[in-house]
Design a protein around this ligand. Structure first.
Ligand code: ADE
Length: 261
C-alpha cells in the first residue's frame, strides 16, 4: 500500500520509522511518502494560512498550497488515491473504516493545523479523490498529524503480512467474528502467581471449550462495564443462555427497541 502525507510538520511522522510500521516499510509492504506543504508556497514567508472570512478566532489554511500539493502528489494518476482529511467534524474513524482503507492501494492524508483547510479544497477534490473527512474521537487535537499517525497504524497492521500472527487481527475488539461487538477480556502470561495475584485457574486447565466460554464471559462483563452502548447493540438472537445469564448478573438490561441506536 502507498501512503502519502502532506503536512507542515513532516518530522511529526518519525514514529512511522519504528516498530511494526517501520518493519512493514523496510519489507516493502507499506510505502510512506512525506511531503512538506510549504514546498508549494511561493512567498518568502512560505505562508500557508490566513484570517477567516466572516471573522472569528484562529487562522484558516489557504487553498492554493493544498491544491498545488495534492495535484503534484496525486495529479494525473489514472487510479487516484483516496483523500483522507482528519477533522473533529468528520465522520468517526472506526475499525470498519480501517478495514475499508486497508483494502485501498493508495491513501493520501491531508492533516491540517489551525482552524482547518479552506472548504473549497474539499469541494474541489471531493468527487475526484473520494474525499473522506474523518474524526478519531470526540476531542480536539492541535492538528491532524496525530490523527494520521493513529489511522496509519490502525490500517497498516491490517495489511497482509504486517502482523506475524494472523489471528491477532480477527481476535481484535471491534473485529467481525464470533466475538463481534464485544471488547476483549483480560490477558495473562507467566508467572502463574505474581505479587500474590493468581492467573485464573481455568486458563491453566487445558480445557479449550471452558477457556473459550470464560473468555466470552469476561468479554461480556467488560463490554457492559466499559461500553454499555456497545452491549445495547448486541443482537439478542446471537446470545446463548449463558450469555444472557452473564449479562443479567452484570445488571445489564436491553433498552427498548427504539432506544438502541
Ligand atoms: N484534528 C483535531 N482534532 C481531531 C480529531 N479528533 N480527529 C481528527 N482530526 C482532528
Amino acid at each position: 500500500m502507498r501512503v502519502d502525507i502532506i503536512s507542515i510538520f513532516p518530522e511529526y511522522f518519525a514514529p512511522l520509522d519504528v516498530s511494526l510500521i517501520g518493519k512493514a516499510r523496510q519489507r516493502g509492504l507499506l510505502d510512506v511518502r512525506l511531503h512538506q506543504l510549504r514546498d508549494w508556497t511561493h512567498d518568502v514567508h512560505r505562508t500557508v494560512d490566513d484570517t477567516p472570512y466572516g471573522g472569528g478566532p484562529g487562522m484558516v489554511m489557504k487553498p492554493e498550497p493544498w491544491s498545488e500539493a495534492i495535484d503534484a502528489v496525486a495529479g494525473s494518476a489514472p487510479e487516484p488515491p483516496r483523500l483522507v482529511v482528519p477533522t473533529p467534524s468528520g465522520r468517526p474513524f472506526t475499525q470498519e473504516v480501517a478495514l475499508a482503507y486497508a483494502a485501498e492501494p493508495w491513501l493520501l492524508f491531508a492533516p491540517a493545523r489551525y482552524e482547518g483547510i479552506d472548504s473549497r479544497v474539499m469541494a474541489e477534490y471531493g468527487d475526484r479523490l473520494r474525499l473522506d473527512e474523518v474524526s478519531i474521537g470526540d476531542y480536539v487535537l492541535a492538528g491532524g498529524e496525530a490523527a494520521v499517525l493513529v489511522m496509519v497504524e490502525a490500517v497498516a497492521r491490517l495489511l497482509p503480512g504486517v502482523l506475524g500472527n494472523a489471528g491477532s487481527v480477527t481476535d481484535d475488539s471491534f473485529a467481525p467474528g464470533a466475538m463481534a461487538g464485544l471488547l476483549e477480556g483480560p490477558v495473562y502470561t507467566k508467572p502463574p502467581v505474581w505479587r500474590g495475584h493468581e492467573v485464573p485457574p481455568i486458563l491453566l486447565s487445558g480445557n479449550h471449550g471452558a477457556i473459550a466460554r470464560w473468555r466470552r464471559d469476561q468479554a461480556l462483563r467488560r463490554t457492559v462495564a466499559n461500553r454499555p452502548e456497545l452491549a445495547a447493540r448486541l443482537d439478542p438472537g446471537t446470545l446463548d443462555k449463558r450469555d444472557r445469564q452473564v449479562l443479567d448478573e452484570a445488571s445489564f438490561r436491553f433498552p427498548p427497541e427504539d432506544m438502541a441506536d
